[in-house]
Design a protein around this ligand. Structure first.
Ligand SMILES: [Zn+2]
Length: 89
């Protein structure tokens, strides 16, 4: 390949490269966004974390918490005892 100092593509090719790892295990090597270390495909535009603000996937409702499970076990125990009182046979 012919390289010369007057070729404007020399500057473009010498720009910082994205160092994200691809699915093949190689480095992405697309041009990184200005002032960033990643390209537009690998989170170069994000300001902080990649997750959206107020992520509802992380919602904790407490249905499977230890306190709730113990309360439900106690309720079932009372139900069993009440059933046995009403119908001893
Ligand atoms: Zn990339």
């Amino acid at each position: 390949m012919k390289t010369s100092a007057s070729n404007p593509m020399n500057k473009a090719h010498s720009s910082p490269r994205c160092l994200a790892r691809t699915r093949r295990g190689t480095l992405c090597q697309c041009p990184a966004l200005r002032g960033r270390t990643r390209c537009k495909l690998h989170g170069g535009k994000t300001q902080g974390g990649g997750a959206p603000v107020g992520n509802k996937n992380r919602l904790v409702h407490g249905r499977h918490s230890r306190a709730h499970r113990e309360a439900m076990a106690l309720i079932r125990q009372f139900q069993r005892a009440a059933r046995d009182c009403l119908d001893p046979g």
